[in-house]
Design a protein around this ligand. Structure first.
Ligand code: BDP
Length: 719
């Protein structure tokens, strides 16, 4: 198998007892295909049942014994009676799956208020069969906790993918709109199967061409494909588009002509795509133009788009990932995917603080259809970050979460890192914004501050590699993002198990072992890359491999040395009141957890403190020894993951087994590289020995520093 089918393989159920149960319970179906969505729901159901059970089930108009009946009150009188009788209200996208017995008849009902709920219910039902669950006495009610569940593609029009490690962009702008690749349909199926309901097709480092008439035709073609699957299309909008493609002299958000230009542009888009979702905008960040270039605020900028979209029901997702207002000449225009700052770059004293400093004062100034899209941590998708202090700090503004599925800082295309534990760690963190119990998840789902519009985004790890994500386990991150966006109460273990069962096998031995590998993998990457709160010490530009020594990048805050601050006295970034005071951006209860280096959770220690090398850690080891211990533990974990995997060949097809085996070999090599390079470098400050019980580096620091990576996937991904 090559992995193309993702978790939708629908292979014959192995458990003979369950197979019998399924075969006898699923003999007939009744679905009125009154819409395109109900048609795809029916096709998926039949395809799934046939694959899983071998049954080609027959259509029935009635309500036969052993039938499955799916629909909405509008499509089916039976479903209407069913929902009325139970007084059920599945909601906009929710569904109910229930075993129903009348007299001698036993049936399975998939009921929803809307067509899309039926499709979600069908996928959920198929998941039960795929994961070999009992389907007697079903009663499942489910609806999403977050409204907009969106993938962000950082895809350029030339098909390179910024930070993409899985081939070229799946959007073929050349052959669109006339050629509809089967992949577009399978992409939509995969997303719908986990409840993802939106996609931003283009890179946040935007290209104005996207908004020209020929491209809008291409976007329309994709929107038409995705619509039956409940997926809305969004685009990134380049702030300077009115100048670049509109012939205007300015893009000033308060200028009447500019406002009019965007209004017209939105009218044009909605005439083609009536359910267009809206815009995602990166402004005044890393060279992207924005309102500050015209002396205006982020709120002025966001509201410009909000007003143009509002009559059509669209939303603006305005990104809070900013750290370049202190760069002069922000109105420079940069090409697609390009993010060099100008020569006048001046780094912030602490980049950590910038998003909060810029956005918090704007709370209450955004239109109702603006969501502020905030990365999970204050810096940039590191293996571990504390939650962004913006969560909970802007009660009047709906905040969207932005996670990164593509593993820019997590070993890129070759490391097995299951990200659900990272997502959950952030979502579960307590902001204390309204006292204890104010988890980040409650900011995002709108419940903390009563926001009706809510969203969550994942930067996609998808490309045109045959298996979509390059690393076969990358699929799990796409899957987990969708499942947790739907219901963040699911555990990482549960999501991993579901995914493994559907993607590989229901064999118990296999699941137990592979699930352990997945659950260990996130802490492993933290340990072999950035233990104890280290961050951003990856190779400059490409972010591949360790480079804690780099000190010559264009801006201070692009340099690893800026983040670890190692010196003879110790290591770490002092963000207490004695340092940058970034900690003051959190609620007092959170500050209390982190502001004292003796009581600070050691996971975050070097995020907030500059700590002496001989500082005594909880284990009794010195900080230096603890660092040695953690880096070695990371390597040990990867070796363990590799050994575990190598025992599983009997349970996995040869193609995927070998691919993962080879990748784990690379991961081990690179974990060793990370450990050796970092310890040798930090040792030049600590002047302490690597305890002899640990494997000693077999190369010198000079060697590691001399490595050059001509072929490391760069900003434009691995093309
Ligand atoms: C960083 C990436 C850069 C992106 C930027 C962003 O290195 O390629 O453009 O984030 O999110 O992680 O805008």
């Amino acid at each position: 198998e090559n992995g193309y089918e993702l978790w939708m393989r629908y292979v014959r159920v192995q458990n003979p007892v369950l197979l019998k149960q399924y075969q006898s319970a699923l003999k007939y179906y009744a679905i009125q295909t009154t819409s395109a969505t109900l048609s795809v729901a029916k096709n998926e159901l039949l395809k799934g049942i046939e694959g899983l059970t071998g049954n080609r089930i027959n259509e029935t108009q009635g309500t036969e014994n052993n039938s499955i009946i799916a629909g909405t009150p509008a499509s089916s009188a039976f479903i209407k009676r069913f929902l009325d009788a139970g007084n059920y209200h599945p909601g906009k996208e929710g569904y109910i799956i229930q075993s129903e017995k009348t007299g001698s008849k036993s049936r399975i009902v998939i009921a929803a208020d809307n067509d899309i709920g039926v499709l979600y219910g069908v996928f959920a039902f198929l998941r039960l069969l795929q994961t070999e669950q009992n389907i007697h006495d079903l009663f499942i009610e489910s609806s999403p906790k977050i409204q907009y569940r969106i993938l962000n593609h950082w895809d350029n029009l030339n098909r390179t993918v910024e930070r993409g490690y899985a081939g070229a962009s799946i959007w073929n702008w050349h052959t669109l709109p006339d050629y509809i690749d089967q992949r577009y349909i399978d992409y939509a199926r995969a997303n719908a199967s986990v409840g993802i309901n939106g996609t931003v097709l283009t890179n946040v480092n935007a290209n104005s061409l996207t908004l020209t008439a020929p491209y809008l035709q291409k976007v329309k073609a994709l929107a038409d494909v995705f619509r039956p699957y409940g997926i809305k299309v969004f685009l990134t909008a380049k702030f300077s588009a009115p100048e670049e493609i509109g012939g205007l002299k300015t893009a000033d958000p308060l200028n009447a002509e500019v406002k009019n230009w965007w209004r017209q542009k939105c009218n044009e888009i909605y005439a083609l795509i009536p359910d267009f979702g809206g815009f995602l905008i990166k402004a005044n960040s890393e060279g992207q133009p924005g309102p500050q270039g015209y002396g205006r605020t982020h709120a002025d900028g966001a509201n410009l788009f909000a007003d143009a979209l509002a009559p059509h029901g669209g939303i603006v997702m305005w990104r809070a990932f900013v750290y370049d207002v202190r760069v002069q000449n922000t109105n420079e225009h940069f090409g697609e995917g390009h993010q060099e700052a100008t020569g006048n770059a001046i780094a912030a004293e602490d980049r950590f603080k910038q998003a909060y400093d810029e956005f918090k004062p704007l709370d209450g100034k955004f239109r109702k259809n603006v969501l502020l899209q905030v990365k999970n941590g204050p810096i940039d998708f590191q293996p571990r970050e504390p939650f962004s202090p913006l969560f909970g700090a802007m009660p009047q503004t709906p905040l969207m979460m932005e996670f990164q599925l593509t593993q820019e800082y997590l070993g890129q295309g070759t490391h097995l890192v299951y990200e659900a534990p990272l997502f959950k760690e952030c979502l579960d963190a307590d902001t204390y914004a309204k006292g204890s119990g104010s988890a980040v998840a409650r900011v995002i789902d709108g419940s903390l501050n009563d926001h009706p519009v809510t969203g969550i985004a994942g930067v996609a790890n998808i490309g045109n590699d045959i298996n979509w994500t390059g690393h076969p386990f990358g699929q799990a991150n796409w899957y987990a993002f969708g499942r947790l966006a739907w219901d963040y109460h699911l555990s990482s273990a549960q999501v991993a198990e579901e995914w493994l069962r559907q993607t590989f096998s229901n064999n118990k031995i296999f699941i137990a072992a592979a699930q352990k590998i997945m659950l260990a993998s996130r802490e492993a990457v933290v340990n072999y890359m950035t233990p104890l709160g280290l961050h951003h010490i990856m190779g400059t530009g490409h972010h591949y491999g360790p480079a804690p020594w780099v000190d010559n990048a264009g801006r201070a805050d692009w340099n690893p040395v800026y983040y670890h601050k190692a010196d003879a006295a110790g290591i770490g970034f002092d963000r207490t009141a004695a340092g940058s005071n970034a900690l003051a951006q959190y609620q007092p209860e959170v500050q209390k957890q982190w502001n004292n280096r003796s009581t600070c959770d050691e996971k975050y220690l070097l995020w907030f403190h500059h700590v002496p090398w001989s500082f005594k850690m909880n284990t009794g080891r010195s900080l230096w020894d603890e660092l040695c211990y953690k880096y070695n533990a990371g390597v040990d974990s990867v070796r363990w993951m590799r050994e575990q995997w190598n025992r599983l060949n009997a349970y996995v097809d040869a193609e995927r087994f070998t691919s993962i085996k080879l990748l784990l070999g690379i991961q081990e090599k690179e974990a060793v590289w990370w450990r050796n390079a970092c310890l040798l470098y930090f040792q030049t400050f600590s002047k302490m020995a690597i305890p002899s019980k640990y494997e000693q580096p077999d190369k010198t620091l000079t060697y590691y520093k001399s490595l050059k990576f001509l072929y490391a996937p760069g900003i434009g991904g691995n093309l």
